[in-house]
Ligand binder design. Structure first.
Ligand code: AMP
Ligand code: MN
Ligand code: MN
Ligand code: MN
Length: 277
């Protein structure tokens, strides 16, 4: 059975409309799919209805941008009630944080000699509500300022780069309260992507995640090197966390795998699906 519990649509920074994402996952043989757009539940209704037509199991989800100290981490919430008011209200609040941040990013890029990027983001993605750094990266790429999305992050948008704007995302405790309040389970997404400086800080993150009621960890993730899966597998075992597995698919032509194409979980590792079911 192919499962993919981490994907994106045009409701955040993906290229596929929710129904089209479900079609693509279905074509790839996925039988259990979660949509986990950044800080929004907006795509879940459309995806759920398409999955129902195709006879696929669908799990409504979200990926919450979260501050852990000065590090931005991502917490995936699975099986959340897509009508939950506190979570929906927080999503509205974050959308407005994202708009304010986008104006500041554009201002910084302007000061670096790259004008009018926010205008281009809005022209290129007219429907977008949750403006992402990924949208700026694509504008920089289409203007020929950079050759790849990665180069845009390395030179301009990443946390050590000059157009980076720190953002008051919810804290780890707040994100967990929101996800649990919406009836969902919280998963630490792509743990090896945070460039935490030592094993100690990764352990500290996991301990705090457990303290606030975190239940799962991504062991197989399309957005970190497959070589890290064994590290995450050991973390899942040591901390008794359920394992999750997701492509983190956003678009065709990026380095990330297609929906369902990330390596499967080790068979003997308790999977978050066992908990949700
Ligand atoms: P944001 O949520 O607006 O801060 O934007 C982060 C998004 O940009 C991620 O979810 C990825 O989809 C995308 N991205 C692509 N390359 C990178 C990178 N090197 N670092 C962080 N995000 C990246
Ligand atoms: Mn993204
Ligand atoms: Mn993420
Ligand atoms: Mn993601």
């Amino acid at each position: 059975m192919i499962i993919d519990l981490h994907t994106h649509s045009t409701a955040s920074d993906g290229d596929f409309a929710p129904h089209a994402l479900v079609d693509l996952a279905h074509l790839n043989g996925v039988s259990v799919l979660a949509l986990t757009d950044h800080d929004t539940l907006a795509g879940n209704a459309e995806a759920a209805s398409r999955a129902k037509e195709l006879g696929m199991r669908f799990i409504p989800g979200i990926e919450l941008s979260t501050n852990w100290g000065t590090t931005c981490i991502h917490i995936v919430g699975l099986n959340v009630n897509r009508e939950n008011k506190p979570l929906k209200d927080k999503c509205e609040e974050i959308a407005s944080l994202r708009r304010a941040r986008a104006a500041k990013i554009a201002h910084r890029l302007d000061a670096l000699g790259i004008p009018d990027t926010l205008e281009d983001v809005k022209a290129k993605f007219p429907e977008v509500k949750n403006i992402s750094r990924a949208h700026f990266a694509r504008v920089l790429q289409s203007r020929g300022v950079v050759k790849s999305e990665q180069e845009a992050f390395d030179r301009f948008l990443g946390s050590a780069a000059p157009a980076y704007v720190p953002t008051p995302w919810p804290t780890l405790a707040e994100s967990l309260t929101l996800i649990k309040g919406a009836g969902g389970v919280a998963i630490l997404a792509h743990p090896m992507r945070y460039k935490l400086k030592s094993k100690l800080s990764l352990d500290a993150l996991l301990e705090e995640f457990l303290d606030v009621g975190g239940l799962g960890i991504e062991v197989s993730s399309g957005s970190q090197s497959p070589a890290y899966s064994s590290v995450c597998e050991a973390l899942a075992r040591n901390y008794h966390l359920y394992a999750s597995c997701g492509s983190d698919f956003h678009r065709v032509g990026s380095e990330r795998p297609y929906p369902g194409s990330q390596p499967a979980l080790p068979k003997d590792l308790p999977s978050i699906l066992e908990f949700i079911a």
